[in-house]
Design a protein around this ligand. Structure first.
Ligand SMILES: Nc1ncnc2c1ncn2[C@@H]1O[C@H](COP(=O)(O)OP(=O)(O)OP(=O)(O)O)[C@@H](O)[C@H]1O
Length: 229
């Protein structure tokens, strides 16, 4: 279980995240949806310890994350796929995945990674920069997964990806959940995508959660109205 209570983040004097609370179970996918500038990236960076934050609670399976640096949070079970993918274009696919192992106890790429991403196995000797956008996104996810996280955070994984490939990303996230039984938290603006992957949808607006639905009872018109400018 991943638990966050009263999370607050500021840039200097300007508070951007205003007391967020959530709990996410093992084997649950939670979507945080909101327009540009509503605080999704700030939320994720603070969860990873890339940005300083305050909270009354931040735990993974009861283990406290407060004050932990990013690499410590990775050791404690968090993994992060940043917006924009940030793979290394001049390194091969295999080398890109291996960079994820630097903060891990193991030196070996786990077997299930290439089972999840057969295309990465086929392309393991190619340069990351020669992959398509969708393949680069898969590579960024694979690199995050090699640390065997308990919680996988993905910031807008469909951004800049063709609609036909977005379906593949949804399939991959569903397979990851089945194979690894982890918590997935994904930020998104595309409702059709979150409807395929998320058990719960939370809307963020100016750093506050303003709406929550389970997928089965989603009020699509309402969520869409929050996402439109
Ligand atoms: N380095 C920074 N310094 C000051 N303010 C910032 C900084 N980065 C982001 N902000 C502000 O914080 C707010 C939230 O931005 P954030 O990038 O977290 O939103 P987002 O929901 O992830 O949007 P996007 O999808 O555009 O990345 C915005 O008002 C933004 O202008």
């Amino acid at each position: 279980m991943f638990e966050i209570e009263n999370l607050q983040v500021s840039y200097g004097q300007s508070q951007v995240i205003h007391g967020l609370n959530f709990k996410a179970n093992k084997n649950e996918t939670l979507a945080i949806m909101g327009r540009n500038g509503m605080g999704k990236t700030t939320l994720f960076k603070s969860l990873m310890g890339i940005l300083p934050s305050k909270a009354s609670k931040a735990t993974v399976d009861g283990v406290d994350l407060q004050g932990a640096a990013t690499h410590d949070r990775v050791m404690k079970g968090l993994a992060y796929v940043p917006q924009g993918r940030w793979i290394f274009p001049n390194m091969t696919v295999q080398e890109n995945i291996e960079t994820g192992l630097e903060k891990s106890a193991s030196r070996e790429i786990p077997d299930d990674i290439f089972a999840l991403f057969p295309v990465l196995h086929e392309m393991r000797k190619r340069k990351g920069g020669n992959l398509s956008g969708g393949q680069q996104q898969q590579l960024a996810i694979a690199r995050a997964l090699v640390t065997n996280p308990k919680v996988l955070l993905l910031d807008e994984p469909t951004e800049g990806i063709q609609p036909s490939i977005i379906k593949d990303i949804a399939k991959v996230l569903n397979e990851i959940r089945k194979m690894r039984e982890i918590t997935i938290i994904v930020s998104e603006q595309v409702l059709s995508f979150t409807m395929e992957v998320a058990d719960r949808i939370i809307v963020i607006d100016k750093g506050r959660f303003i709406h929550e639905d389970t997928r089965d009872n989603v009020d699509a018109a309402k969520v869409k109205s929050y996402l439109s400018v």
